[in-house]
Design a protein around this ligand. Structure first.
Ligand SMILES: [Zn+2]
Length: 248
């Protein structure tokens, strides 16, 4: 989970429409939130990812659901209030159900930075606070198959890309420092860092594994020493560093 910034409310949700839809929901229980303009604006604010688990949405068989942070059953007044809506996957939305976030607060990543409440150990999320613990339990964020195993796969991919980068560095060094071998080396590192940006799926995991891995730190040192580290790579590196969860 990473900190997100909400885009502007869609024009569709003007005062008049909000009032009309709220009355309609109270009267009929209709899915008044299920509108393309609401869904598109939510997807835009999370790079088309679930706000909680960071899986990509709208891929085949992984459609977005509009999540009501404060449950719509207990708080019907907020059924289409923009600040109460989040883009979520079916599993996170289903796990959260009608959980009362006022009685037992969980992280709303549009409002608070998950880093303050969550840590990371052996591909599991750890809690630093009660809010962190509630979040993990309520959203089932340490479910072994859908969460922990997925993080493991992403982490292994990151570690494998770091190893490849070290190998490519050796090729560059030993084969006469050609432009071709340099481009292959730097292209690989750029690709690795792109996997750790806020727009990528499971970016908190990818960034945490990357920055907690000593051989990555070593690689950056070597490339800086050889004058190969560019401003562009530094920018991507810094952005990914913002997403890192504390490793235990
Ligand atoms: Zn999710």
């Amino acid at each position: 989970m990473i900190k997100l910034n909400k885009s502007e409310a869609p024009d569709y949700l003007n005062d008049e429409t909000v009032e009309r839809l709220t009355v309609l929901f109270k009267d009929t229980g209709n899915n008044v939130w299920n509108h393309e303009k609401i869904k598109d604006a939510l997807l835009l604010s999370s790079s088309s990812k679930c706000a909680y688990c960071e899986c990509k949405l709208n891929a085949e068989s992984n459609y977005m659901e509009v999540e009501h942070f404060e449950d719509k059953g207990s708080n019907p007044e907020k059924v289409v209030i923009w600040d109460n809506l989040l883009p979520s996957c079916k599993r996170c939305n289903g796990a959260k159900g009608a959980h009362d976030v006022l009685a037992e607060p969980i992280i709303n990543p549009f409002l608070i930075d998950p880093k303050s409440h969550l840590g990371f150990k052996l591909y599991r999320l750890t809690d630093k606070t009660n809010v962190g613990k509630n979040t993990i339990d309520v959203l089932n964020l340490n479910h072994s198959e859908r969460a922990v195993f997925k993080r493991f796969e992403i982490g292994e991919q990151v570690l494998s890309s770091i190893r490849d980068a070290h190998d490519r560095y050796q090729v560059w060094l030993k084969r006469g420092k050609t432009t071709r071998s340099k481009n292959i080396l730097l292209g690989g590192i750029e690709g690795l860092l792109l996997e750790c940006q806020p727009c990528s799926s499971y970016s908190a995991t990818a960034a945490t594994v990357l920055h907690c891995e000593p051989s990555y730190t070593k690689l950056v040192e070597i490339l800086k020493e050889k004058g190969l580290w560019s401003d562009e790579l530094e920018k991507l590196h810094d952005t990914s560093l913002e997403l890192v969860l504390e490793c235990a």
